[in-house]
Design a protein. Structure first.
Length: 102
């Protein structure tokens, strides 16, 4: 049996901006929290590159056919979409923010 192909993980411009906002906030709060968040984010990105359907379908996505999924790292919810051989990270939002239906 051959090894399955890895998916390419991509951040949208919005997700990239939200990632940097989150890390900037965490760095101001705790250097350890900042480092842990970055480490966990990289670990999760590697996991979804290998198994994009690992996490549950996103309950906030209207008419979700299962392509939209989400997971939480500390208090940040990461929403992504599985598309062809890519995993596109769409949103990185603090869980205290109102859930965003899309």
């Amino acid at each position: 049996m051959g090894k399955s192909q890895r998916f390419k993980v991509i951040l949208t411009a919005d997700a990239e901006r939200q990632y940097f906002q989150a890390t900037e906030y965490l760095l101001n709060e705790s250097e350890k929290g900042y480092r842990n968040f970055i480490k966990k984010f990289r670990e999760r990105a590697a996991l979804i590159a290998d198994k994009p359907k690992l996490y549950s379908a996103d309950k906030y996505k209207l008419n979700n056919n299962g392509a939209y999924r989400a997971f939480v790292i500390y208090n940040y919810r990461v929403t992504y979409k599985i598309e062809d051989k890519e995993v596109i990270i769409l949103l990185i939002r603090h869980t205290s923010q109102e859930p965003k239906q899309y």
